[in-house]
Structures are given as structure tokens and as C-alpha cells.
Write a protein that binds this ligand. Structure first.
Ligand code: HPA
Ligand code: ZN
Length: 326
């Protein structure tokens, strides 16, 4: 089989996907129309043309503005269904999707609309395609810990349907320590923990995600490579890194995919995975990320299979479900 078919055919989990980042411009226009909102863009091409970023914050400004078209349960349902349909076509058998409730509750959208729309799509996707999924509720790190606590309280009646809490948005200047108490509270409620660390932030933020937030996975983690002791620790702990190659390129974490460290991560023994992060904004879904990195770094089929296996073993699926996919 050719490489495209080989990649698509690998059973894989997607572990780093912001559902708001899967909002394609076509759906953005459809939802704006349905909700009687106007967009500051003439058409879909103008939206895509605006997607040129020089850093994380550039992207975040546009991404939060785009999410403003999401108002109803049906909007969140449609958003997630579009993602699941696309992910299934890429060979995704399990997806752990992040959502940012504060992006929506700050606009007056009830927390219940967000989570009920996502949960109904998750159930429908499983019924229709057999794909399983889990929710990761992410706190926006540019907001306060008090606001994160308020979000955790709003989630109280849905905690049995939330797998983990996460930490995203502007990294530099908002270190993990800021969220130590709310992550401890989430852990006490039985939630797993993930955090973006080492995307733009220094290796110290990765150390703090481990030591202070007690995370089960590191989202991104690229800058851990600057610290040999940290690499040794991540390898020793078998810590999963959810790496996002096309995101790294679009947000200038790497200057070209030819310099992407994914193969170095594997060679060091790091438990790296490949994910799409915000596929509608970064130019590709998960299989596009596998393809792009395979081409740029000359990955072997064994490397690609290893990355896909890592995604399943690094997921929050129970061991028997992981074994059934391997
Ligand atoms: N980093 C931080 N916050 C985010 C990202 C990211 O890559 N994508 C969506 N929110
Ligand atoms: Zn992310």
C-alpha cells in the first residue's frame, strides 16, 4: 500500500485537539448565518487568508473571535460531528477532545449548552462510526485561578462525563504554578490532568506541570528538549507528549518542518504522539500531520506505527480497550 493509505490505516487516537479549533470557515459562515451574526470577513477565502500567524497569541486572537459564532447546543453538536466525521476518515478510533468552556460562558453561552452539544455528538459518532471519545475541560491560563475554580464548579454535575482538566491559551507569563490549587481540586474529584507546556514556555514550565500540576500528559513539550535532565525524567516516567507538527509550523515553534524534532524525540525514547491541535486553523487533520512529518523527516513506517501505538497507550482508554486496537 502507498504511504497515504498506510497512515490512514493505522488505528490511532487523537489526544490533542481543541474542538473550537476544528471550526472550518464554511461552518463558521453557516453558523453565523443561522445565528444572525455578521463576520468581519467577506467570504471563506478571506477567512483562510487571515490565518497567517507569527506566534501563539496571533492565532489565539483569531481563534477566540471565530468561536463567537457558537451559541446553541446544536452549534456545538454540529461542530463536533464535523470533527468526528473527518477524524474517522483519518483512521482515528478514539479522540480525547479539549473544550474551552470559558471562551463561551464569558459570552453568555450557558455551560450546559456547550457540554450537552458535545456529549450528544460524541454519542452519535460512536453509534454511527464506532469511534470512542472523551472530554478534556481546559482552563484558559490567561484568566485567573479563581475563574478556573468557578468553571470547575459549573462542571460539577457533569464530572462523570469529563475525563480530565487541561490548561491552554497564552503560555508565557502564565506558569503552571498559577493553577496548582485548581488542579489539586480536580484531582481530588477524580479527574485526570493534562497541560500545555513547553510550546512557547521554557523547560521550567514542563517541570512545573509535572511537579505542581501532577499531569498525566504534556501537551506539546517541544522545549523539554533543551533540558537533558528533563528529557531523562520524561523518558523514565513514560510521559506522553502530544506533539502537533503543523501547529508547530504555523505558530513558528519550528521554522520549517524539516527542523521538526519528532524523530529526535522518538530516538531519545520519549513517548511522542502526533496530533492536529487546531486543524481548521493549521492546515490539516491528524493524518495530514503524520504525512507532513513523515515526508519532512523521512520517518519509516515503523516510526509511524510507533507514533500511532503511542497515541493509544498514552490515551485514557482502559487497558483492554487499548489492547483491542493494537
Ligand atoms: N496552545 C495554547 N492554547 C491553545 C492552543 C495551543 O496550541 N490551541 C488552542 N488553544
Ligand atoms: Zn493545543
Amino acid at each position: 500500500v502507498d504511504l497515504d493509505a498506510f497512515i490512514t490505516g493505522l488505528p490511532k487516537a487523537e489526544l490533542h485537539l481543541h474542538i473550537e479549533g476544528s471550526l472550518e470557515p464554511e461552518l463558521m459562515f453557516a453558523l453565523a448565518g443561522r445565528n444572525g451574526l455578521s463576520l468581519p470577513y467577506a467570504d471563506v477565502e478571506a477567512v483562510r487568508a487571515a490565518y497567517a500567524f507569527s506566534n501563539l497569541q496571533d492565532f489565539l486572537d483569531i481563534y477566540y473571535a471565530g468561536a463567537a459564532v457558537l451559541l446553541t447546543r446544536q452549534d456545538f453538536h454540529d461542530l463536533a460531528m464535523a470533527y468526528f466525521d473527518r477524524a474517522v476518515a483519518d483512521g482515528v478510533v478514539h479522540a480525547e477532545i479539549m473544550f474551552d468552556p470559558q471562551t463561551h460562558t464569558a459570552r453568555g453561552v450557558p455551560f450546559a449548552f456547550v457540554i450537552e452539544g458535545l456529549l450528544s455528538a460524541m454519542a452519535e459518532a460512536q453509534e454511527r462510526h464506532g469511534i470512542t471519545s472523551a472530554l478534556i475541560m481546559s482552563f484558559l491560563r490567561h484568566l485567573s485561578e479563581e475563574e478556573a475554580f468557578a468553571t470547575l464548579a459549573e462542571a460539577e454535575s457533569w464530572l462523570d462525563r469529563i475525563a480530565a482538566v487541561g490548561l491552554d491559551s497564552s503560555e508565557v507569563g502564565h506558569p503552571p504554578e498559577k493553577f496548582a490549587r485548581v488542579f489539586a481540586a480536580a484531582a481530588a474529584k477524580g479527574l485526570k490532568r493534562v497541560a500545555h507546556a513547553g510550546e512557547e514556555g521554557p523547560p521550567a514550565y514542563v517541570h512545573a506541570a509535572l511537579d505542581v500540576l501532577h499531569v498525566d500528559r504534556i501537551d506539546h513539550g517541544n522545549r523539554a528538549l533543551e533540558d537533558a535532565d528533563l528529557v531523562e525524567r520524561l523518558v523514565g516516567e513514560g510521559m506522553t507528549l502530544t506533539v502537533c507538527p503543523l501547529s508547530n509550523l504555523k505558530l513558528c515553534v519550528v521554522d520549517t518542518l524539516d527542523h521538526h524534532p519528532i524523530d529526535r524525540m522518538l530516538a531519545l525514547g520519549l513517548h511522542a504522539t502526533v496530533n492536529s491541535d487546531d486543524p481548521a486553523y493549521f492546515g490539516g487533520y491528524v493524518a495530514d500531520n503524520y504525512r507532513a512529518i513523515a515526508r519532512a523527516r523521512g520517518l519509516s513506517r515503523a516510526d509511524l506505527a510507533q507514533l500511532a501505538r503511542n497515541s493509544l497507550t498514552g490515551s485514557f482508554l482502559p487497558a483492554d480497550a487499548v489492547a483491542a486496537h493494537l
